[in-house]
Design a protein around this ligand. Structure first.
Ligand SMILES: [Zn+2]
Length: 68
């Protein structure tokens, strides 16, 4: 299952309402939605974005966020 761009355009960071960057793995599967402003990564499970702060991964300062 993939996330299409129309869905992605509707998704914003629940914290800052800013745009998110979709991170993909080697198989081009969506794995995370990253907020570069907050340095938070929201997981994508079975193609479903989990837009919960409690589920998000905090990116540490040494981790480069995906760039697209
Ligand atoms: Zn944010």
């Amino acid at each position: 299952m993939t996330i299409d761009h129309r869905l992605l355009s509707l998704l914003v960071c629940p914290l800052c309402k800013g745009p998110l960057t979709l991170a993909r793995d080697d198989q081009n599967q969506a794995i995370e939605l990253v907020c570069n402003a907050d340095r938070m990564a929201y997981p994508v499970r079975d193609g479903i974005p989990v837009m919960l702060e409690s589920e998000a991964r905090q990116l540490d300062a040494t981790t480069d966020p995906p760039t697209r």
